[in-house]
Design a protein around this ligand. Structure first.
Ligand SMILES: Cc1cc2nc3c(=O)[nH]c(=O)nc-3n(C[C@H](O)[C@H](O)[C@H](O)COP(=O)(O)O)c2cc1C
Length: 186
């Protein structure tokens, strides 16, 4: 069965990012695939220590939830990274995770060849920032996930989402989320 990893990047419990991930899981499972939510806030994610162990060994020296996630990501059919925008970027907790992607390549192994069949979705929920200011954050996330072999991606930006339950009341963003799930699993 095809497996999809949904990364929920907000420290806020039951906010927009959590709701987006729940909808994605429901949609993906309805298409006969497996979906697992990795809620960063509930996981053990140590910071990259820049020890360079990963440059002469397979994988990271730290055996925490982030290391297990990276292994899963290299095997997953697809993934979605869902996060709020904090001061024009992803929250610090998400950045701690993406720094760990450094261990996905080393000079001996090289990098995974990005496979266009393995798709990445990025959903960025925010308040007043204009969409064009947020869109480059999706490109940054895509560069990180390409290291795990994801070869195609789409970014959705959901502005005007300051209230915790804004997504729950926004039919347009729900429609876009469902379309993304369909694209990921087609
Ligand atoms: C520390 C902090 C910084 C934020 N910075 C921005 C920002 O730069 N631009 C923006 O549009 N919204 C900003 N916001 C608003 C959140 O991105 C927005 O409320 C988002 O939808 C929250 O998602 P969540 O419900 O998943 O936590 C910020 C919120 C916080 C708590």
């Amino acid at each position: 069965m095809k497996k999809y990893i949904l990364i929920a990047g907000s420290p806020r419990q039951d906010g927009n990012s959590d709701r987006v991930c729940e909808m994605l899981r429901e949609q993906i499972e309805a298409r006969g695939c497996e979906a697992e939510i990795f809620r960063i806030e509930d996981k053990k994610v140590n910071r990259c220590m820049a020890c360079n162990y990963c440059k002469s060994h397979d994988g990271c020296v730290q055996k925490d939830d982030a290391a297990a996630l990276m292994q899963e990501l290299t095997e997953a059919a697809g993934a979605v990274f869902v996060a709020p925008i904090y001061f024009g970027s992803i929250p610090g907790t998400c950045k701690v995770l993406t720094d760990r992607f450094y261990s996905l390549f080393n000079p001996q192994k090289g990098k995974a060849e990005p496979d266009p069949a393995r798709r990445l979705g990025v959903i960025l929920t925010c308040g007043g920032s204009p969409e064009e200011a947020v869109r480059p954050v999706g490109e940054f996330v895509n560069v990180c996930f390409a290291l795990a072999g994801f070869g195609d991606h789409k970014t959705l930006v959901f502005p005007g989402q300051n209230d915790k339950d804004a997504f729950t009341g926004n039919e347009e963003y729900q429609k876009q989320t469902k379309e993304l799930a369909a694209w990921l699993t087609e």
